[in-house]
Design a protein around this ligand. Structure first.
Ligand code: HEM
Length: 409
């Protein structure tokens, strides 16, 4: 097993059970690695850093030698707003958000509810007559992929190939045991090029023949913040595609995993479906879809009484460790779907707070509510399940279940 705490956390062997390593991480406000990366796992410290204007998301601001800004990141003509600081971040986020949801498009997210219900019903209907299946490939994966395709005007038949590229594209260098791993770098470059080629042609199609979708509206928008350039449109569309499904897949799979591991909580939910929203929030806290995010200090930053993160340093905020910080949450390792005061960090915080949180929550709630209603005596065939490779976007790659029956909708 690799040497430093961060490398142990990032190692694929740690995927099923990273929690003891996260507890080690929380022993100090900042855990400094041998490559100079500063890793933070405490709830209060992460919350403060997410909102600190001296903390940047732009890898170009990292000093040489750190894990972030290794030069293996894709340079990109117009990096997406996920990795831009203000003022560019606010302009681009605003240009996209006004075609997605409130306040500028009040019915935007809510208007997708019927479509999500239909999709979930259709995917569960397909399981009728089966007593064993993989919940990830049958429900957790296709639902968010098809929802984001709908939002971006992508024909459903293109979804599989695109989702496949996106898996390699998200393997960021900062979250690899070796940021320079040539195989991972080559796969990421290839996948990013494939996504770039597809979305360039797709944007041109929508420019000629706009639809009712969000991307068409962004392309043709002459709103108060002006038009996005073509590279900006391209990177925004790719970020929405990737961010819109990689995370929500993990949420649906992790929620079902936790419920099946805790039959008492599953029974409560079966008896009272109004607890579904609480089950989703508790899943987000305990098994978040995004475990860590990267940042750069653009000034010396004091954390706690004795630690200073020097300007230029790479910072990794381990929000999954923060979510189980016993100084913030009583009995943090207990799964309690009625937990009060569940202010987890799973959608981040500050100006990069998740753009799609309302949609991710809605998809998670609908999928879990219907699965709990319709699967008769569901049980896990494999625990722990196999996990996807990324340490940052962590979730089961498959969830093999047995059921006695699948009820009609
Ligand atoms: C359960 C579902 C989801 C989770 C857990 C999640 C989590 C996150 C997190 C942690 C961030 C912050 C990144 C940072 O601070 O560096 C983020 C940002 C973002 N998310 Fe989500 N997300 C989810 C669903 C979605 C959906 C459905 C969409 C699109 C419709 C989306 C689009 C984005 C975008 C565009 C950003 C960048 C925001 C910015 O930089 O201002 N996410 N998400």
């Amino acid at each position: 097993m690799a040497s430093t705490l961060l490398k142990q956390i990032l190692h694929p062997d740690s995927r099923p059970h990273p929690w003891d390593l996260y507890a080690d991480l929380r022993r100090e406000p900042v855990s400094v690695q041998d490559d100079g990366t500063h890793v933070v796992g405490g709830y209060e410290e992460i919350t403060a850093l997410l909102r600190d204007p001296r903390v940047s998301v732009d890898p170009g601001k990292a000093a040489a030698g750190g894990r972030i800004g290794t030069g293996t990141q894709e340079p990109g003509q117009a990096p997406p707003f996920l990795v831009r600081d203000n003022p560019a971040h606010d302009r681009l986020r605003g240009q996209a958000m006004r075609h997605f949801g409130p306040p500028e498009l009040p019915g935007g997210v809510e208007g997708l509810r019927t479509m999500v219900e239909d999709l979930v019903r259709h995917r569960i209907d397909r399981l009728t007559g089966r007593t064993e299946f993989d919940l990830v490939s049958e429900v957790a994966y296709p639902v968010p992929v098809l929802v984001i395709c709908h939002l971006l005007g992508i024909p459903p038949q293109d979804a599989d190939a695109l989702a496949h590229s996106s898996e390699d594209a998200v393997r960021g260098p900062e979250f690899q045991v070796d940021p320079y791993d040539p195989e991972v770098t080559a796969a990421r470059t290839h996948a990013s090029q494939e996504l770039g080629t597809y979305f360039t042609a797709h944007i041109e199609r929508l420019r000629e023949n706009p639809g009712e979708d969000m991307l068409s509206r962004m392309i043709h928008d002459d709103g108060p913040r002006g038009r996005m350039s073509t590279p900006e449109l391209l990177n925004t569309a790719i970020t929405l595609f990737v961010g819109g499904h990689e995370t929500t897949v993990n949420l649906i799979a992790s929620c079902m995993l936790l419920l099946l591991r805790h039959p008492d909580q599953l029974a409560r939910l079966q008896a009272d479906p109004s607890l579904t929203a609480g089950a989703i929030e508790e899943t987000l806290r305990m098994e978040p879809s995004v475990h860590m995010r990267a940042r750069i200090a653009v000034d010396d930053i004091r954390v706690g009484d004795h630690h200073v993160i020097p300007r230029g340093s790479s910072i990794i905020l381990n929000i999954a460790a923060g979510n189980r910080d016993p100084r913030r949450f009583p009995d943090p390792d207990t799964f309690d779907i009625t937990r009060p005061d569940n202010a987890h960090l799973s959608f981040s915080g500050g100006i990069h707070y998740c753009f799609g949180a309302a949609l991710g929550r809605m998809e998670g709630q609908i999928a879990v509510r219907r699965l709990v209603q319709r699967l008769v005596v569901p049980r896990l065939l494999q625990d722990p399940p196999p996990y996807r490779v990324p340490a940052d976007l962590r979730g089961p790659s498959a969830l093999h279940l047995a059921v006695d029956d699948v009820r009609a909708a």
